[in-house]
Design a protein around this ligand. Sequence first.
Ligand code: ASN
Length: 564
Amino acid sequence: MARAAAPERRVLAVYTGGTIGMRSQQGVLVPGGGLATILRALPMFHDQEHAQVCSLPNDTLVLPPAGPDQRIIYTVLECQPLFDSSDMTITEWVQIAQTIERHYDQYHGFVVIHGTDTMAFAASVLSFMLENLQKPVILTGAQVPIHALWNDGRENLLGALLMAGQYIIPEVCLFFQNQLFRGNRATKVDNRRFAAFCSPNLPPLATVGVDITINRELVRKASSKDRLVVCSRMERDVGLLRLFPGIPASLVRAFLQPPLKGVVMETFGSGNGPTKPDLLQELQAAAERGLVIVNCTHCLQGTVTSDYASGTALAGAGVISGFDMTSEAALAKLSYVLGQPGLSLDDRKKLLAQDLRGEMTLPAVDECWSSLQGSTLSRAVSWLLRLSISQEAEALRDALMPSLALAAAHSGDLEALQALEELGSGLSLEDPIGQTLLRVAAQRGHAGVVAMLLQRGVDVNARDQDGPSPLLLAVRGRHRGVTGLLRAAGACLSPQELEDAGTELCRLASRADSEGLRVWWQAGADLGQPGYDGRSALHMVEAAGNPEVSAVLQSLEGGVGAQA
Ligand SMILES: NC(=O)C[C@H](N)C(=O)O
């Protein structure tokens, strides 16, 4: 994103409304028109003399010189009607994207002047809608109207115009209080201070002080030279559900009803949620009928992990990790992915797991594997198949195959794994951090891959020194099919895993989670194993007197002989 060299840079500013141009009417702020007229009267926004010398048309403004011999010439396009951004919807954002598309060739950069209340949503949606973007699109606005004596609108708008005019940053960004954020990483955090936005999980792309500092390694490269495409087919039946302690399953059920097709679920801490079985059942039932549920933490900063059983229980119920995405970005991505025509549910889930526009940070391991999915993985494998036989080619093939095989196990791509096997890939390989194909596939619940590996005689109990066994990984994810396959092939929980299970079983029993107990039982856990306080799941169920779970436990205990 070099600084642009041309002496004259043209910027289109699309004015959609927001506080920046608002007027007070009967004591309240309402959107106000005529922004270009206000700017024309402010010398920092318009060099009248230069405009006359160059005979610029009436609707065109020119900034004072931005650098030696550099001028930013801009036009303000005022939308009709103007909005308080609380009223903006996908319809208006599609119109903004189409406006940019119509004027794409005439301008070097674009500024979208928008209300701050939903600016992070707008920036996120635009980042997905504008495909093959090669020019900057920068959203900005203000906390105080630009015509007030003391305001932030002037600095914000001037900064956005300078950024859009001077730099080749091919991204949808948000400029506020001297910071340029990636649009789909920003969120509004304050409604009084001028520093209204932050980007909790990604540093700013640029900061403006005495100098402008561009964080070059963060700025995305234009993904292709193809023409800009506006993806206006965004799914509107998506929603946002914030969990709270004790949320009733009935409320979740009511929320997840059709026509809803996708939901971003804001969870606690590292992506954890209540493990009440009735709630997990509602989520699982919804996921099974095709509703896509993305897990985002309600914390401002941090990512969804699989550190806690209460998080893996959600994953086991079919909830997809949104890692460190903001809820705004996750909702926009869901709307974009579900709006794409002709994709299977599986394809959509794979797209959601990928970083499409710099909106999320994948854990290092997932980043490598998820970028190697679907057609990319197939292409890599068929390229290996076509390599002509030479010593170098063989060495290259041997070096690449383990990563490709792990990527195939991670995404459940049986075909790719079979092709790699034909090429001579070992199926018992282990990467430097102790990952094996079986562990990866078991954790993600890919029964087809697990079955294939077991058929080929992979050691069912192979684990690294302190890592969990494949069986424990399957149990934590509540993958009953995979658990059954592993058990049938002779998998056992280690003595330590069996001992540690006591506390987890007690927790499940205290919540009457018969599904959770069932999968542990299926894995060979002893329901009489004491937890940390000496009590077992059986004691707890007896004490609680829950007849339903007692019946399940009795039926399981009755079948203990048959489980192994
Ligand atoms: N500061 C602002 O722009 C807030 C205004 N309510 C809006 O979002 O349009």
